[in-house]
Design a protein. Structure first.
Length: 95
């Protein structure tokens, strides 16, 4: 029983350290038409959104589509980054 408690405490410590590490990692992604740029951290929190071009001449639908594609792309990239960072956790053990 004490071995399991020890393993749980080690896992909690490792997860806390991983969260801190993910919070410091960042990924920048531009939208397909280069209207926007988004910065996310490894915990998938939005840190910054930039408008890269003048949007006055664009249709609302084009802006909405570009934003949707940007967010989907950024989320996928941040998930891949987090998965790589957490790759070492797979061997934590025997819980």
């Amino acid at each position: 029983m004490f071995d399991n408690i020890k393993k749980i405490m080690e896992l909690k410590k490792t997860m806390t350290e991983m969260k801190k590490r993910l919070d410091t990692m960042e990924i920048k992604t531009q939208s397909p038409k280069h209207y926007f740029e988004i910065t996310l951290n490894g915990s998938q929190e939005i840190k910054e959104i930039k408008i890269l071009n003048d949007l006055n001449a664009l249709k609302k639908e084009d802006i909405e589509k570009d934003l949707k594609e940007l967010f989907n792309k950024a989320i996928k990239e941040s998930q891949q980054m987090a998965a790589q960072a957490m790759g070492g956790l797979a061997g934590l053990g025997g819980l």
